[in-house]
Design a protein. Sequence first.
Length: 212
Amino acid sequence: MAIFGGTFDPVHWGHLLMAQTALSQFALDRVIWMPDGISPHKSRWVLGRWEQRREMVRRAIANHPNFLLSPPLENNGISYAIETFLSLQHLYPDTQWYWIIGSDAFQTLPKWHRCQEIGKLCEWLVAPRLVLGADTQGDRPTTCFDPSPVVAQMNALGVQIRCSLLEMPSIGISSSLIRRFCLEGRELRYLVPETVRTYITAQKLYQSPPNP
């Protein structure tokens, strides 16, 4: 079973591809999606409210039998990964755990709250940064991430971590791109699931620039 945490601000097809790749590549039985509250590792305020981001995830995964939206935690303010993990571990005991994570977030792992504890409790499935069009061969994904510096930093903290790279095709979609498209009044079709697109439109999300 895998945890897929993130701000999902908003969720998009790239997130779904990450989750499906992990599900298939590692023969997982379930991926539990956990929208963060305010992440302590983000340098900016999350733009979408937690309830809105959670609703968009719910809509995005509604028709996938192996994707599950996590039950809400008591504290939806600052989100620490270890608290998320321990809550889910209590709900699903005797489970082999994986954590799906993007390479940018994985590089911050040595700075996480109680990183020595969470680092050894699961296997990390890392989605490398993929460069659209960078693969000159045209028949395999281009990965641009080396996990060894993170592994070395965690080793220096006394933690042996297990990590694997997800074998994903290139995709040039990000939440920041979608927010910019919203701000510019551009079409979101084919960037996010249709149910997410209609929700963003109905709620008029991301139509104002972030506060400085």
